[in-house]
Design a binder for this molecule. Structure first.
Ligand code: SF4
Ligand code: SF4
Length: 497
């Protein structure tokens, strides 16, 4: 199928290693952030005059700050174990999308300016000068990495290309070469409070509308509270959950769970976004500033615990970084872990017999589950036994009768990225997104053919948005993706039912 100006790859059985096509995606790059976007988040408005010296100095700073980056630059033995593990390489065949080649874009600069051999014998060690051509190549290929970390699972030295990509993006931002999509979103969070730029009054209206819709569906007064002081739970969820399909179905599911369990909860108009694109651009200061909204909201509202909705990278930031970014959490109830994932809350209530379901309500669905990268490889242990491989699947099999996993090698920590993570969910990168989704689509196709699967559940807003866009390109129905709490919402028994 042709999608816009490019051909969608043909589905085959995984794994098919493509024949290398040099330069296949060298034309792909995201839009550069303009002056107002850069200015709004404190970055240089455009490429600075002395960008080369500044970029090298920034690299030196990061090498000193992050020991891991220095190790990654030195430790690779070019064994090739990672080379066929990236979905972007499998989908595009461009050898520069092999993780080792992506790292080498930085490694050859590192060698030139930070190693003895590279300074005096550059050709011998593959070291090159940081030229404008190299910088442009960085902007292209470091924006063809979704920071999914699949390659790191297969590297015998644990080299994490995602961290190399984050460092490269941080260096580029520091000299004024920013990526429009991510930086614009960060600006919206600072200005308005969420990625989608929904102002407080619009959010209030939306939540009132949801209360009316849910009343019509259930006959019950299920609340979608905003800025309620003294609530037990502060829910931090991706702003996509507030209005767009299929995301909003999950928000309705969370509300029903809280209602059924008698847990008081609230959203915050100040922290109306779980996503944190500061991580995608490798900028800890941005990550911290965005995270601080959550701490401020929790204190202001006087909640006892903080729960994170279905968002992969938000959960990673919360689980892996909140403690150092915005801890300690001594103002919350110490009986609960910080943060908690909404799936942990629901699963715990299920285990304690606090929720009732009619599984047959989901009988029209034959379900599979897509493990989202940032949950599966960066924060999967969570706070409960089994972690995030077991919990979402246990919820699904509690609320539905028909579930089939995709093939081994494509699930759990080997899961394939949806193709739109890491700040690449933008239409200027649509070709990359469609092609990068190929391995996941192949695994999905297999379980569709074998079991008649017609619904793919996931717990990430970016995965949901990306699949909604790319599923039709591969001949699947756009509506076959949705959240785990969408399934919960359908089957949960409320009131006297
Ligand atoms: S982190 Fe993911 S997208 Fe980036 S190189 Fe590794 S496998 Fe590819
Ligand atoms: S698997 Fe690790 S050591 Fe081997 S080429 Fe890839 S990054 Fe280098």
């Amino acid at each position: 199928m042709a999608t816009a100006a490019f051909d969608t790859p043909k589905l085959k059985a995984y794994p098919v290693i493509p024949l290398v096509q040099v330069g296949a995606t060298s034309h792909l790059k995201p839009f550069v952030a303009g002056a107002p976007i850069q200015q709004a988040i404190g970055f240089p408005e455009a490429l600075v005059d002395d960008w080369q010296a500044k970029a090298i100095a920034k690299m030196g700073e990061l090498l000193g700050k992050y020991r891991s980056l220095q190790v990654y630059m030195d430790a690779c033995v070019h064994c090739g174990a990672c080379s066929d593990k990236c979905h972007y390489f499998l989908g595009t065949a461009d050898p520069k999308n092999m993780p080792v080649a992506r790292q080498d874009l930085m490694r050859k600069i590192y060698r030139r300016y930070f190693t003895f051999a590279g300074k005096y014998f550059p050709k011998l060690v593959g070291a090159v000068d940081l030229t404008r051509e190299v910088l442009d190549e960085w902007f292209s290929y470091f924006n063809q990495c979704s920071e999914c970390r699949r390659c790191s699972v297969f590297c015998p030295y644990g080299i994490d290309t995602a961290e190399v990509t984050m460092a490269a993006r941080e260096i580029m931002d520091s000299v004024g070469l920013g990526q429009k999509y991510s930086n614009e979103i960060i600006g919206k969070v600072h200005r308005i409070g969420n990625n989608l730029g929904i102002p407080g009054p619009a959010l209030e209206n939306t939540l009132e509308g949801l209360e009316e819709d849910t009343k019509e569906e259930t006959g019950l007064d299920i609340k979608f509270p905003l800025d309620v002081k003294g609530a037990e739970v502060l829910l931090i969820t991706p702003s996509a959950d507030f209005f767009s399909e299929p995301h909003v179905e999950s928000l309705i599911g969370y509300a029903k769970v809280f209602h059924a369990a008698g847990i008081s909860w609230t959203l915050s108009s100040h922290a109306s976004e779980a996503g944190n694109f500061g991580m995608f651009i490798g900028n800890y200061e941005q990550m911290r500033t965005i995270s601080l909204r959550v701490r401020d909201a929790a204190k202001e509202l006087g909640v006892k615990r903080i729960v994170v909705g279905e968002c992969g990278h938000a959960w990673r930031v919360a689980y892996s970084f909140w403690n150092t970014l915005i801890g300690p959490f001594d103002y919350l109830d110490s009986r609960y872990p910080v943060p908690q994932h909404i799936c942990e809350v629901t699963d715990d209530l299920i285990q304690r017999g606090a929720l009732r379901f009619d599984k047959s309500a989901n009988d029209d669905r034959i379900i599979t589950f897509h493990d989202s990268c940032n949950v599966a490889r960066a924060s999967r242990m969570g706070n409960m036994p089994g972690g995030q491989f077991v919990i979402p699947r246990r919820i699904i099999t509690t609320v539905a009768n028909h579930f089939h996993d995709m093939a081994p090698g494509t699930i759990h920590e080997s899961t394939f990225c949806c193709g739109g993570g890491g700040g690449l969910l933008t239409d200027d990168l649509l070709e990359l997104r469609v092609k990068g989704a190929l391995p996941r689509m192949e695994a999905l196709n297999q379980v569709v053919n074998e079991h008649g699967v017609n619904f793919m559940a996931t717990i990430c807003a970016i995965c949901k948005a990306q699949f909604t866009k790319v599923l039709p390109a591969y001949g699947f129905k756009m509506g076959m993706v949705g959240g785990v709490h969408q399934l919960v919402s359908k089957a949960i028994l409320l009131g006297d039912k």
